[in-house]
Write a protein of this length. Structure first.
Length: 172
């Protein structure tokens, strides 16, 4: 983000607010939509891309950029407030996406449990699932059942691994 472009940053904050409501009310609710939103959101949040002025071809620009990144960006001003507001709104959207991911995983896990429980309750033994043994009160550790459970859990987690292609720790 360019700190000197206050109007642009204020507009960006308002766009992020609108995006927050669009995500919140389900307009962006598919995996494809979420993956398309992540790159621009994380680029916006990445402070390594912030600069005080538009790129200029001068010898002093690198000094100005270094001074901004080490000190000026942390001082209160009209410019930094606009940058912080835009980034805050982007983080609100990202928070919704994290919650969405959690809800997808929880829904899938509960559906899996429900299906296994229903199969365990059925009288026909030919429809038994490999994991029905886990529901028994007398269950003892079994390596094959444990590996099936781990594979299913890994499948649930990988279906909703929206953030796996992004280095979020460095960005945030």
């Amino acid at each position: 983000m360019t700190a000197s472009e206050v109007g642009h940053n204020i507009l960006l904050a308002h766009v992020m607010q609108m995006l927050h409501y669009l995500v919140r009310f389900g307009y962006y609710n598919s995996t494809t939509d979420i993956k398309k939103l992540l790159k621009p959101l994380l680029d916006l949040l990445d402070g390594r891309n912030d600069k005080p002025l538009p790129k200029a071809v001068t010898a002093d620009y690198d000094k100005v950029l270094q001074h901004y990144r080490t000190g000026d960006r942390f001082k209160q001003s009209r410019e930094t407030k606009a940058v912080v507001d835009a980034k805050y709104e982007a983080m609100r959207v990202l928070d919704l996406l994290f919650n969405f991911r959690f809800n997808v995983r929880l829904r899938r896990f509960v559906a899996e449990f429900k299906e296994i429980h229903q199969l365990a309750q059925s009288t026909s033994s030919s429809t038994q699932d490999a994991l029905t043994a886990l529901l028994s009160e007398t269950y003892e550790l079994n390596e094959s059942v444990d590996s099936v459970a781990c594979q299913r859990l890994a499948g649930i987690l990988s279906e909703s691994a929206y953030f796996k292609d992004f280095d979020i720790v460095q960005v945030l």
